[in-house]
Design a protein around this ligand. Structure first.
Ligand code: DAT
Ligand code: MG
Length: 150
């Protein structure tokens, strides 16, 4: 099933110069970028994005972290894209994330885990709408797709 998912490279990924490496992993997997936007998230938007975690002990720290510097907001499309990106990311706690995943290879702590990826198709829809207008989502086909999908 072709899906779209919202992916966000968090301030630590930007500050540590890891945007290229992480984008590369998604590209190399065969996922297709649909939208990208570099921005500093306003607090209200961060709180809406992470609304499901409101009231939890880590929520204030999470909002401070995600608004502490620019992030790279993206939409990626592909076969099974939601689960595919979650797999590439690895578990939330980088100490538990498998080697070979972004968090497992590149991060140390849950509070500095580099990347966000939607956890379901419904979340993806909500998050994409939160960060992008319809005209910012680019429909396109890639010639290499014939070599990825039979
Ligand atoms: P994920 O980002 O893997 O979807 P999540 O949705 O449960 O994980 O939590 C969102 C973010 O909140 C997570 O990437 C880092 C932070 N977070 C989650 N649980 C935490 C905890 N126990 N302590 C500190 N930060 C936490
Ligand atoms: Mg989540």
């Amino acid at each position: 099933m072709i899906e779209r998912t919202y992916v966000m490279l968090k301030p630590d990924a930007v500050q540590r110069g890891l945007m290229g490496e992480i984008v590369q992993r998604l590209e190399s997997k065969g996922l297709r970028p649909i939208a990208m936007k570099f921005m500093r998230i306003p607090k209200e938007l961060a709180e809406r994005h992470y609304g499901e975690h409101k009231g939890k002990s880590f929520f204030p720290g999470l909002i401070d972290y995600i608004t502490s510097g620019p992030v790279l907001c993206m939409v990626w499309e592909g076969e099974n894209a939601v689960a595919s990106v979650r797999g590439l990311m690895g578990k939330t706690n980088p100490q538990e994330a498998a080697v070979g995943t972004i968090r497992g290879d590149l991060a140390q702590q849950t509070g500095r885990n580099l990347v966000h990826g939607s956890d379901s198709v419904e979340s993806a829809k909500r998050e994409i709408q939160l960060f992008f207008n319809e005209y910012e989502l680019v429909d396109w086909k890639r010639s290499v797709d014939a070599w990825l999908f039979e």
